[in-house]
Write a protein that binds this ligand. Structure first.
Ligand SMILES: [Zn+2]
Length: 611
């Protein structure tokens, strides 16, 4: 395994003396802790665990994951489903200096050496996936309902899964849960029933989210020594399950309430409709059964939309997370998309995810690496997104996050800060993974009243072209593509109308830098840039060049200097148009003004910026 991959799949090494100090400190913390050890361990997810001072390898597990796995293996070997199991005792035992064969097993697994438990047992490895999540989110255009949908997914994925496990087994059975996926290790013979119950349980809460669970059986030794092969088999099974699963058209359940993060949401108080045949006003698809109260008045809603609506009323999980990461809350509580518009009425949908993820996942050799990697990706993505928003908007931070988990980013921000935010997110992500992993993003900028579904589709197409650039050009950096929906131009997603996009984040940094200097230059203004763009669209090339020469002689040569810098051409030879490098395929010139106007409007700073 390459050093680059090892750095992604295990925590950064520290000195053994430093480790010993941390370990003593932790032992002090858990001395009097009864059941809170698991929570205390979360702070140690990125600290390596050393079983001895001569432990070799170069690949370690984290303190959290090693302790977690130790408790889980003890449970699988000595516990029984439905019977109480004292996890606290085993957490304490893990941190004692004594050696045992389970610790030895974990040492060998972490160091990627052959490992064998003397006493082996059957286990069931269960994988769960909530899929087509974006479709579930985007059934309607209302931000609070989308937020509710997003909260429900996170609740099922994390809280409900942990509840399920702690009632029947132990919570430590979950190797990871987050970003719509769950991987758990259960005692042998439990897989089939657990999959059925979990699918049922998730369906009862969300009604219309698509969920599949599958499992495979093997022994612990088989699983840990042939992990990638077992995971591949499990993934194949779940893909099969997704293909064959059928869903009811008008699902409903007798669920009376859900408690999310200690807050009870009561569904019994919602007014019911007695008449039949009315269609839900929120999704326009399913039969309405309830009346929900919205800012626009009373609306007929189906059971699924009613739940999203009720949950979204006062739950904004991503603001709480932003506050935890940044240390202060965002300035605005966004109630509708229009709260996010910039001074020109524009908002931007940013849709991004990691490149090369599949390649890393294929190289994962054991559950410890899997546990560490999934947490690291999730943590890094969130930190990069929140930090980017804070860095660009400072005390005026306003955003809406629809999905933010795993390597998945789907957020809405004001249009005029969108390029800078994207650039910060990509730079942060790429740097955190030493460029072994990079992030690509698609951006769609449009008037704030454009349907979110359409904006998402455009952003999705742009993410695809950005990823194609990352794949084909072999650039080291993450990539970006962008589209602006103007009311007078229909969007053709098959070709790019920009000369500069898709591009990579290194180049984007340069564009942003030049545009900011342009904005600080007296004599350059937005309306003049619009004039150039319009003229370049309307006039023949030589006519435009004459017009441009006349205008800049009268106004300022600065236009030429900056535009030439962005396009990397000689400013003395710049005549208002850029020579087309692919001239044999079509026009001899391309207009730089489409890109310049777009960049000007999507990068903050200068007189036009919103405060
Ligand atoms: Zn509905």
């Amino acid at each position: 395994m390459s050093q680059g991959l090892i750095n992604i799949l295990s925590p950064k090494p520290i000195s053994f003396s430093e480790f010993k100090k941390l370990k003593e400190e932790f032992k002090g913390k858990i001395k009097d802790a009864d059941s809170g050890i698991k929570a205390l361990l979360e702070d140690y997810w990125d600290v390596p665990y050393y079983f001895s001072d001569d432990q070799d390898g170069g690949c370690w597990s984290s303190v959290r994951d090693a302790a977690h796995l130790y408790v889980l293996l003890n449970y699988l070997l000595y516990g029984r489903p439905g019977m109480p199991f004292d996890t606290t005792k085993f957490y304490r035992q893990f941190f004692e200096d004594s050696h045992d064969n389970i610790k030895e097993f974990i040492v060998n697994i972490a160091a990627q050496k052959p490992a064998k438990l003397e006493r082996d047992v059957q286990v069931d490895l269960v994988l769960g996936s909530i899929y087509k999540i974006k479709k579930y989110f985007l059934e309607n255009n209302r931000i609070k309902d989308i937020r509710g949908a997003s909260t429900i997914i996170k609740y099922m994925n994390e809280e409900l899964t942990r509840q399920f496990l702690s009632q029947r087994y132990i919570e430590e059975c979950a190797l990871y849960c987050g970003g719509g996926n769950v991987l758990m290790l259960l005692p042998g013979g439990q897989g089939s029933e657990a999959c059925r119950q979990l699918e049922e349980c998730f369906a009862k809460v969300s009604l219309t989210a698509k969920v599949a669970f599958e499992f495979i059986s093997c022994t612990i030794n088989e699983l840990f020594n042939d992990y990638s092969q077992k995971m591949r088999a499990l993934h194949e099974r779940i893909e099969e399950r997704k293909k064959t699963k059928v869903y009811p058209i008008n699902p409903d359940s007798d669920l009376e309430e859900i408690v999310i993060d200690g807050k009870k949401i009561d569904f019994t108080c919602v007014e019911r409709i007695n008449s039949r045949g009315e269609v839900c006003r929120l999704c326009s698809v399913r039969d309405a059964k309830y009346i929900v109260i919205t800012p626009e008045g009373r609306m007929a809603a189906c059971p699924s939309c009613m739940r999203k609506n009720m949950v979204g009323k006062d739950k904004a999980i991503f603001y709480e997370e932003y506050q935890r990461v940044i240390g202060r809350s965002p300035k605005w509580d966004v109630a509708s998309i229009s709260d996010l518009k910039d001074s020109h009425g524009h908002v931007a949908v940013i849709y991004a995810d990691g490149n090369n993820m599949g390649n890393v996942v294929m190289n994962i050799r054991n559950p410890l690496q899997n546990m560490y990697f999934s947490r690291k990706v999730d943590y890094t993505t969130k930190r990069c997104v929140y930090s980017a928003i804070h860095k660009v908007m400072r005390d005026h931070a306003r955003f809406e996050a629809i999905a933010l988990g795993g390597d998945d980013v789907f957020i809405i921000v004001p249009g005029d800060v969108s390029l800078e935010i994207v650039n910060e997110i990509i730079e942060g992500f790429d740097r955190s993974f030493n460029y072994e992993l990079t992030m690509s993003a698609g951006i769609c900028i449009a008037k704030h009243n454009t349907p979110l579904q359409s904006m998402f589709q455009v952003a999705q197409a742009k993410l695809k072209s950005a990823k194609a650039l990352a794949r084909e050009s072999g650039v080291k950096y993450g990539t970006v593509d962008v589209e602006v929906i103007e009311s007078n131009i229909s969007v053709d997603l098959s070709t790019s109308r920009w000369a500069l996009f898709p591009t990579d984040s290194l180049k984007l940094s340069k564009f942003i830098n030049v545009i900011k200097r342009m904005k600080d230059t007296k004599g350059i203004n937005r309306s003049q840039l619009y004039k150039f763009r319009h003229a370049a669209r309307e006039l023949k090339p030589y006519e435009f060049q004459l017009f441009y020469a006349y205008q800049t002689a009268r106004l300022s040569q600065d236009y030429s200097t900056f535009v030439a810098e962005i396009f990397g051409v000689d400013p003395r030879r710049f005549s208002g148009l850029i020579e087309n490098p692919n001239a044999h395929k079509g026009k001899p010139f391309v207009s730089p003004w489409e890109d310049i106007v777009m960049l000007w409007d999507c990068v903050g700073g200068g007189e036009d910026s919103v405060s």
